[in-house]
Design a protein around this ligand. Structure first.
Ligand SMILES: [Zn+2]
Length: 205
């Protein structure tokens, strides 16, 4: 019980910090129609780059995305487990945001969590994703979003494999896959020993 309260308090503190950071960001923009610029990591270029944030109206997102992509990325939807097109994709390459093309995950961090959703133990770079506390469904979870366009991707849990112990549980509908040669990105491999508990799940059914 104590552990649960500690976790809840940590989440509350983390949420307050994030709110303060967001407010600071907004202050820096200083109004006007200036496009917000952000730094993200580009796998193709192998370095951090500055790009325009992608901020579209609801109507524009509807036009740009398929119905399922729209429901998941703009309406915090969750595709049904074991239905995603990229769940069993084992090719080498990069998983990008289906809404804006931002690089999100590498194939070298993808592993089979048994949850029914594509699972990764790390993002391409911490700068490429944002996290937010999600109180929906009556439980506290950490939502993962694309840092460039705010697309809902899924949730991150603390029951992932080594080396991070994190499990990014992501909807296939939020992702596109581009085949390319990708390096190790550090010491991580998604091979042997990288298996989370079989009961992992993204959402209570
Ligand atoms: Zn995006």
């Amino acid at each position: 019980m104590d552990r649960i309260w500690t976790l809840i308090m940590l989440l509350v503190v983390a949420g307050a910090g994030q709110l303060a950071a967001q407010t600071a960001d907004q202050d820096e923009q200083g109004g006007g129609n200036m496009m917000r610029r952000i730094e993200v990591y580009s796998v193709e270029l192998g370095q951090t780059i500055t790009v325009d944030a992608v901020e579209l109206s609801d109507a524009e997102w509807r036009e740009r995305l398929t119905e399922q992509q729209y429901q998941v990325t703009r309406r915090q939807g969750t595709e049904r487990a074991f239905t995603g097109l990229l769940l069993d994709n084992h090719g080498a390459g990069v998983y990008r945001c289906a809404a804006c093309g931002n690089d999100l995950f590498l194939s070298t961090t993808k592993y089979d969590s048994g949850s029914g959703w594509p699972s990764f133990f790390a993002p391409v770079d911490p700068a490429n994703v944002d996290t937010e506390i999600d109180h929906s469904l009556g439980i506290v979870r950490i939502e993962v979003r694309c840092s460039r366009c705010g697309a809902h991707l899924g949730h991150v849990f603390e029951d992932g494999p080594r080396p991070t112990g994190q499990r990014y549980c992501v909807n296939s509908a939020s992702l596109t896959f581009t085949s390319m040669e990708v390096g190790d990105q550090g010491d991580a491999t998604a091979g042997d020993g990288a298996h989370a508990p079989a009961k992992a799940s993204c959402a209570p059914d």
